[in-house]
Write a protein that binds this ligand. Structure first.
Ligand code: NAD
Length: 483
């Protein structure tokens, strides 16, 4: 069914119209879920061998790799991020899809023969059913591939609702999946804004829902999903800290702090938007951070020299700048940046100068709230206990980074941090094998790794008695009714 309207997409770096997406409705979601339901209940995909599913996924990975430059271009244009970052995202998507293909061949349960002598327990791991996947705009293809190949590897059928700002690469990957041999009805995409997302979360024929987006929307998704108590996993917002101790390799830490916050224009859930720096080194270190921020080249995604791209839409640009004002009102000093960039290279785009706010108090909004832009909030600490208290003193718990060469300190602090991911002497790093997700308001469940795969499966216990059982209902010693 054709959507009733359309959503224009203007490139945030130039203002040019670059795409138009169908404005899907609840009606479209219903049709897509119906197709996925039929494909799950009657189609070959969940019934195929793991090896056959893996073959399709490996073909899909090859096709994504073969179309990498197109996919990277679409994401760079629609997100406003530097092309070379988008190319990295597509390479990541290929790796995730290949890794998930391997999981399809390894799907297994367990067997128990150590209870009664005549008892055998089989624990089956089966596909969960129809999976709804809702994705955000900051890493369109990459986040899709943190979910889609895992759901497919498990034998689920899928309905995807990509972000209304960045749907092109998802539509392209769906086309490639058909080319790879995915049967009809297994993968369905409904474009549109929050309304079709809400309809997907509410739909009673969806068995499992995997959502990535803001904590505000995550709460709505959780509420909507109560219709049939579907399983929900939520990958939500963050307020990560870079914790720099005085015994760190300070050159590495400097690179990491700058990369950690300005990567992807700060529009990254694990963006290390808080710098916690040990007092003894703070002044000197901060001077270097501010200098490095000023050296970053902010500009057009397709200019190979660009480090930092554009904000996703005008409202978001305003929100980011508003946070800088709020930070200053609440006592922070703007060391650098804090304004929109104008001039010939920037006039038509939504560019914010990389910003460093010093002297941020732990009760300030810029310390506690997700800004999702190129803004670093700096707070000083005395010792490791204080660093941990500060890092944990926010409602989020997605990721944190430790910079130190003291292994004892790294392990103690790493264990005490309340976040699903801890980076040590590196940042925004990882591998498809590593589960990813949040503590506290950063989410529920995990994606990637074995744990991410298992989110798309159900366990079934089959309890088998191999001897006759009499009187098990307390009905006396007489013959069982079925004798
Ligand atoms: P968002 O919550 O506005 O939107 C995410 C998706 O949900 C979009 O597809 C949107 O159309 C859809 N949506 C909106 N309203 C909905 C509703 N009521 N029901 C169902 N779906 C609805 O988030 P965004 O602005 O696209 O992305 C930025 C946010 O995502 C940030 O908070 C960021 O931290 C978070 N994020 C988290 C991770 C992670 O892995 N934890 C990764 C990337 C982004």
């Amino acid at each position: 069914m054709e959507p009733t309207g359309s959503i224009p997409r203007r490139a945030p770096a130039t203002g040019e119209l670059v795409a138009e997406f169908g404005a899907g409705t609840a009606h479209d979601v219903n049709a897509a879920v119906g197709a996925a339901r039929t494909a799950f209940d009657e189609g070959p995909w969940p019934r195929m061998s793991g090896l056959s599913r893996a073959e399709v996924l490996l073909r899909l990975a090859d096709l994504i790799a073969a179309n990498a430059s197109l996919l990277a271009r679409l994401d760079a244009e629609e997100v406003g991020k530097p092309l070379r970052l988008a190319e990295g995202d597509i390479a990541g998507a290929v790796g995730l899809t290949r890794y998930a293909a391997g999981l399809a061949t390894q799907m297994h349960g367990s067997t128990y023969t150590n209870h009664d002598a005549d008892f055998t327990g089989l624990v089956l791991r089966q596909p969960a059913g129809v999976a709804g996947l809702i994705t955000p705009w900051n890493f369109p293809a990459l986040i899709l591939c943190q979910k889609l190949p895992f759901a497919l590897a498990a034998g689920c059928t899928v309905v995807v609702k990509p972000s209304e700002f960045t749907s092109s690469s998802t539509l392209e990957i769906a086309r490639l999946a058909a080319e790879a041999g995915l049967p009809d009805g297994v993968l369905n995409v409904v474009t549109g804004d929050g309304q079709p997302g809400q309809a997907l979360a509410e739909h009673t024929a969806v068995d499992v829902l995997s959502f990535t987006g803001s904590t505000v929307t995550g709460r709505k998704v959780l509420d909507a999903s109560k219709t049939n108590l579907k399983r929900v996993s939520l990958e939500l917002g963050g307020k990560a800290a870079s914790i720099v101790f005085d015994d760190a390799d300070l050159d590495d830490a400097l690179d990491g702090v700058v990369y950690g916050v300005f990567f992807n224009q700060g529009e990254c859930c694990v963006s290390a938007s808080r710098l916690l720096v040990q007092e003894s080194i703070a002044d000197e270190f901060l001077e270097k951070v501010a200098e490095a921020a000023e050296r970053l080249r902010v500009g057009q995604p397709f200019d190979p020299a660009t480090d930092v791209g554009a904000m996703i839409h005008p409202g978001h640009l305003e929100k980011v700048l508003q946070y800088v004002s709020v930070g200053a009102q609440q006592g922070a000093t703007v060391l650098t940046g804090g304004h929109r960039l104008t001039g010939p290279a920037h006039d038509d785009g939504l560019f914010v100068a990389p910003t460093v706010l010093d002297g941020v108090r732990p009760d300030a909004r810029v310390f506690r709230e997700e800004i999702f832009g190129p803004v670093l909030s700096v707070t000083r600490f005395g010792d490791a206990d204080e660093a941990v208290r500060l890092a944990n003193g926010v409602e989020y718990g997605l990721a944190n980074t430790i910079w130190s060469k003291d292994i004892d300190k790294v392990l103690d602090v790493g264990k005490a941090l309340q976040s699903g991911t801890v980076y040590v002497n590196t940042t925004i790093d990882g591998a498809p094998q590593m589960p990813f997700g949040g503590y506290k308001a950063s989410g529920v469940g995990r994606e990637m790794g074995q744990a991410g795969f298992e989110e798309f499966t159900e366990l079934k216990s089959i309890n088998i008695r191999t001897g006759k059982r009499r009187g098990t209902l307390g009905l006396g010693a007489g013959p069982a009714a079925t004798d």
